[in-house]
Design a protein around this ligand. Structure first.
Ligand code: NAD
Length: 349
């Protein structure tokens, strides 16, 4: 077969560095586009074999139809989450692969960074001491030791969170649709129902995927069940939190602080420089006014180790597809059902 041609969307300089380096051993023909993939840019994909996309590219039905009609064979997501693809529309048309694991440590450690910053207010201390202000009024935090942390979603990242929180000697409550009971024997963690987790946790950290069931998990009703002054950490997906409800609870003090690496409407802003522009999203602009809210721009994954693994697994996924070997990282909307053909054929259809 001739050299595989890949259309690479939403490219940043660090993507190019890691993918170009790793591609030396794969030899694909990669064209890097700065633009995000959407209905407006999908025509750029004509003449390619593979589309490589990221978290804020929009792969809805009309985009997928265009890709299918233009003979795109594979969508290689260079991320773990896939809530931005209409998998039902892709099924039996285009195979979709992802990078299920690249560094759960990167994301969990970032969640801990948000937690500690909000607790000990090092973001404020940094500016004070640079201004020769060595006053510590207002910077008081709390001992993590002995406090209760609630972990929602105990998969790859949630599990690492549990091991780190265990190191702090915290009481750990966990909720997952599929509890991993072995965690209870390894760490000081107890699986419980959501209402108990809400009622008892001083800090709640979200590590479940965005699905129909988890959309707006943090909403007026669930906030009402939480401890007043609770800290919310979201490094998972913005849609898990009803941002308007979060704003109201921050104003009333029901939520004491929030560390957000993701935001419901992040696709327009995150990863881009708006320092010379106006933020027209009033919710985001209001959130940025709170000193007890720490927003980072979806950088949980952003370590050298993770980027290296993302580049390698993405290119290996593409190689596996064209070599017709078992596609272990394929995703489809039937993968969890008996109808999925992957076990029999190595690919979902
Ligand atoms: P994972 O699939 O290993 O674990 C997810 C866990 O959530 C599973 O144990 C699953 O059973 C559980 N779950 C599913 N639905 C649930 C529900 N309704 N309620 C409670 N638990 C539920 O995924 P992971 O690798 O740990 O990643 C978790 C999330 O982190 C991803 O979905 C992704 O959205 C996000 N993520 C963010 C970044 C970042 O840079 N901020 C990077 C990677 C992943």
């Amino acid at each position: 077969m001739s050299t595989v041609k890949i259309a690479f969307f939403d490219t940043k300089p660090y993507d190019k560095t890691f993918f170009a380096g790793e591609n030396k051993q794969f030899g694909f023909d990669i064209k890097y586009f700065d633009l995000k993939l959407s209905v407006d840019t999908v025509a750029l994909c004509n003449e390619f074999d593979v589309v490589c996309a990221f978290v804020n590219d929009r792969l809805q039905q009309n985009v997928l139809e265009h890709l299918y009609n233009n003979n795109i064979k594979l969508i290689a997501m260079r991320c773990a989450g896939y809530n931005n693809i209409d998998l039902a529309a892709a099924y039996k048309k285009i195979h979709v692969v992802r990078v299920p694991e690249y560094s759960p440590f990167a994301v969990a450690e970032h969640a801990v960074a948000l937690m500690l910053t909000l607790n000990r207010k090092t973001h404020k201390a940094f500016y004070r001491t640079r201004d020769n202000n060595f006053n510590i009024n207002g910077l008081m935090g709390f001992d993590m030791h002995g406090k209760t942390v609630g972990i929602i979603g105990t998969g790859r990242i949630g599990r690492i969170m549990i091991s780190i929180m265990n190191g702090f000697n915290m009481n750990i409550l966990a909720y997952d649709l599929h509890p991993d009971k072995q965690l209870e024997t390894r760490f000081q963690v107890t699986y419980t129902d959501l209402d108990t987790l809400y009622a008892r946790s001083d800090i709640i950290s979200l590590h479940c995927p965005l699905t129909r069931e988890t959309r707006h998990l943090v909403n007026p009703a669930s906030i009402g069940k939480m401890k007043p002054g609770v800290m919310i950490i979201n490094t998972s997906r913005g849609g898990l939190v009803d941002t308007k409800a979060l704003l109201a609870a921050l104003k009333s003090g029901m939520i004491g602080s929030a560390g957000l690496d993701v935001y419901e409407e992040e696709s327009e802003y995150f990863f881009e420089d708006f320092s010379y522009s106006i933020i027209s999203d009033d919710t985001l602009a209001r959130l940025l006014t709170f000193s007890n809210v720490l927003i980072t721009s979806h950088q949980g994954f952003f370590t050298g180790e993770a980027l290296h693994n993302i580049a390698h697994t993405t290119l290996q996924n593409i190689k596996d597809y064209f070599a017709d070997t078992y596609l272990k990282n394929e995703i489809c909307y039937k993968c969890d059902s008996d109808e999925c053909m992957k076990e029999k054929q190595g690919k979902c259809f």
